[in-house]
Design a protein around this ligand. Structure first.
Ligand code: NAD
Length: 325
């Protein structure tokens, strides 16, 4: 399989760019496609195509010849992009079109296996009201009530891939990522997620100053380092299980605890100011019983380890931006 072409859709994005690098490290031949090139480092792909996956002709061209397809392209961002409601129509329209095009092109081209990156945002809000004990076991997704249209589109597209699996025999692998973070992701473009935003705020604050956190900071989440996410993706792709499958960490922290962890890494004690802002559900953690049962593996690295590398990278970006001013 090693010389067979792998296509990464969304290869200019955070996870996609890292996935291309990882597939290359595994000796794979890789084609990447995205609206944009990776913003922080040249793509490691053998071939990188700038193109719009909402265009079915472009999708048919890039899928041609691929043995495996990793579909990560989506119109997405952190809470400041996804939970304000202002981008709902474009998120649903753009991401659904991408998935409709990709799955159909995979069927027509006889692609052997397709990976689809869904999200923990598919889980119903009523299971995520208690910050101490949220539920994200895979089969708790119905009756459905995601807290955002981003989550509804993900759930629709999950069903789309499974429908193609049932009706056309397409081999699919559907994963639900839980808050992936790492170097070389959005950190200041309005699409950044909580880990990058908090690292940026800590890095930019003057010593003894303060940072702002949306809400009371008692909302809980778990965060997964990019290298463990990729390990999960590759193991899942090689398995005989179609999913849906959580790929996330079970180390749940409140946003206040998370911010303090970053301050400790930075060795920079700061005051936290709580302000109004878009929040998402009250609590979320990955349930890893199924991944352990199916893959005999689950993410296990302490949050703090991955976070240190991410903080170092973002602090470097903040310093470079300040020096350029
Ligand atoms: P990202 O925004 O960095 O990457 C997505 C990429 O898709 C971007 O580079 C974007 O340019 C590209 N894209 C969007 N519309 C396109 C189009 N019409 N044609 C071609 N390319 C297009 O996001 P990410 O963090 O790398 O996430 C990758 C995938 O994982 C997404 O599907 C996302 O929904 C999912 N996911 C991510 C997380 C996370 O914590 N990062 C959590 C859950 C799910």
């Amino acid at each position: 399989m090693s010389n067979h072409l792998a296509l990464v859709c969304g290869a200019g994005g955070f996870i996609g760019a890292h996935l291309v690098r990882r597939l290359k490290a595994e000796g794979r031949q890789v084609r990447g496609v995205d609206l944009k090139s990776p913003p922080f480092a040249a793509s490691a792909a053998d071939e990188f195509i700038l193109g719009d996956l909402r265009d079915p002709d472009l999708v048919a061209r890039v899928v041609a010849g691929s043995v495996e397809v990793y579909q990560l392209a989506a119109d997405m961002g952190g809470a400041g992009f996804t939970f304000t409601g202002e981008h709902d129509a474009e998120i649903m329209h753009n991401s659904a079109l991408i998935n409709l095009n990709v799955v159909e092109a995979c069927r027509r081209a006889g692609v052997e296996r397709v990976f689809y990156s869904s999200s923990a945002c598919v889980y119903p809000r009523h299971n995520q009201c208690d910050p101490e004990a949220p539920t994200t076991v895979e089969d708790s997704v119905y009756p459905a009530d995601p807290d955002s249209d981003y989550g509804w589109e993900k759930l629709f597209s999950e069903r789309l891939y499974f429908a193609y699996a049932r009706n056309y025999g397409l081999q699919v692998r559907v994963a639900r990522f839980h808050n992936v973070f790492g170097p070389e992701g959005s950190w200041n473009d309005g699409r950044e997620k909580a880990p990058a935003a908090l690292c940026r705020k800590v890095a930019a604050a003057p010593p003894g100053g303060s940072i702002e956190i949306w809400g009371d900071g008692e909302q809980t989440r778990s965060f997964l380092a990019i290298d463990e996410c990729l390990e999960g993706v590759l193991r899942f792709m090689a398995s005989d299980f179609a999913g849906p499958l959580n790929i996330g960490s079970t180390e749940m922290v409140s946003i206040n605890q998370f911010a303090r962890m970053i301050m400790e890494i930075a060795d920079k004690p700061l005051t936290i100011e709580h302000i109004a802002g878009p929040l998402g559900v009250r609590g979320r953690n990955s349930d890893n019983r199924l991944i352990r049962a199916r893959l005999g593996w689950a993410p296990s690295r302490p949050l703090r380890e991955g976070l240190a590398a991410t903080y170092t990278w973002i602090a470097g970006q903040v310093a470079a931006a300040e020096a350029a001013r």
